[in-house]
Write a protein that binds this ligand. Structure first.
Ligand code: IPD
Ligand code: CA
Ligand code: CA
Length: 265
């Protein structure tokens, strides 16, 4: 079911969050939600801004956002999925590498995704069947024959400490095979960077729907493969282990992931 959306207006609204995010006073207003889990006034202000915009323009589409209770969201029906700031720790510690991630699920499939890096003013977007773009130019995943050809990105999910040692053993093996590894601190931007060929692949355990929904469509429309750790398609409305990359990199990684037994589900 295709939903009728004014994409240009939507992209503009996402880009408008730049001023909110770069506000240093808001960045300093921090609350702790759990171990390694923070929220700043920036997260809250970006979510309010986009939620208000989307609810006014598309009142029939549900809204799922990280900084709200999503108990009332029906996962079978169309919804927006928003991570207002992906990379909140980076924002708090001044690393200048965080982004906004917004996707549209039409009840059957992801129809649209946008990831915005306000620090570089880079706007990545994808529309199902129409390709992936960075600031309006087509992007593609890296043409890599395997790990040996690429920088490989990974995330150490801060919220699951138990299986981290085993996961880092896997990363040790990856390090010995690839050009080098990168742990950048934003799952959404990691996925966007794979979509445009800066990274040949990316892996992280147990991500939330708003971390990955926009990145899934960006990677797929850029010619990459993205699955859970068993090679299955990800349900974008639920939590998932996430593995993506250029096709040959994804294939090589799937074998390693099975050998190191790091799937959380
Ligand atoms: C986090 C970032 C981080 C990843 C975590 C995410 P947040 O999102 O994407 O890179 O390792 O798993 O939860 O908390 O900054 O929105
Ligand atoms: Ca996130
Ligand atoms: Ca977030």
């Amino acid at each position: 079911m295709q939903l009728s959306i004014d994409y240009q207006e939507l992209l503009l609204a996402v880009r408008n969050t730049r001023e909110i995010i770069l506000n240093k006073e808001r960045q300093k207003q921090i609350k702790t939600k759990g171990v390694g889990d923070f929220v700043t006034q920036v997260d809250l202000a970006v979510q309010t801004y986009l939620k208000d915009f989307l609810e006014e323009r598309y009142p029939e589409i549900q809204f799922m956002g990280e900084e709200k209770d999503n108990g009332d969201v029906d996962r079978q029906k169309p919804m927006w999925l928003l991570d207002p700031i992906d990379g909140t720790s980076n924002l708090i510690f001044g690393l200048q590498h965080s982004g906004v991630s917004l996707a549209l699920y039409n009840g059957e499939d992801l129809q649209f995704g946008v990831i915005y890096d306000p620090f570089k003013d880079e706007l990545f977007h994808a529309i199902r069947g129409e390709g992936s773009y960075l600031n309006g130019e087509s992007i593609w995943v890296q043409q890599a024959d395997g790990l040996q050809d690429c920088l490989f990105y990974y995330g150490t999910n801060p919220y699951i400490r138990k299986s981290k040692r085993r996961f880092m053993e896997l990363i040790g093996e990856v390090t010995s095979r690839c050009v080098d590894i990168r742990r950048m601190g934003s799952a959404a931007l990691d996925l966007a960077h794979v979509a445009c060929g800066r990274g040949g692949g990316y892996i992280e355990q147990d991500l939330k729907p708003w971390d990955i929904a926009a990145g899934i469509i960006l990677v797929e429309e850029a010619g990459g493969i993205i699955t859970d750790f068993h090679g299955n398609r990800i349900d974008p409305t639920g939590k998932s282990d996430t593995l993506c990359g250029a096709p040959a990199v994804h294939e090589e990684m799937l074998e390693l992931v099975a050998a190191y037994d790091v799937a959380t589900r």
